[in-house]
Design a binder for this molecule. Sequence first.
Ligand SMILES: [Zn+2]
Length: 73
Amino acid sequence: MARGLQKQQARANAEKRAAANAPPKSQLKAMVNGNKYKCPKCMLMIANYKLVVQHMEAKHPKEPVPSEDSFNV
Ligand SMILES: [Zn+2]
């Protein structure tokens, strides 16, 4: 009996920890709506040009970094 209760509490604590680690919903929404740049190589949506450069250097180091103007439509 006591052991089962302990297990239940442990699970509840784990769920609480998982919720604390999840990003707030508002931040997630901003990530979806605010991304106007798209990586030409992997089509990843990126929020700003600085992050595009970082992404290109990190993920596609052999590719030329597109100029910021090339993203303006
Ligand atoms: Zn990419």
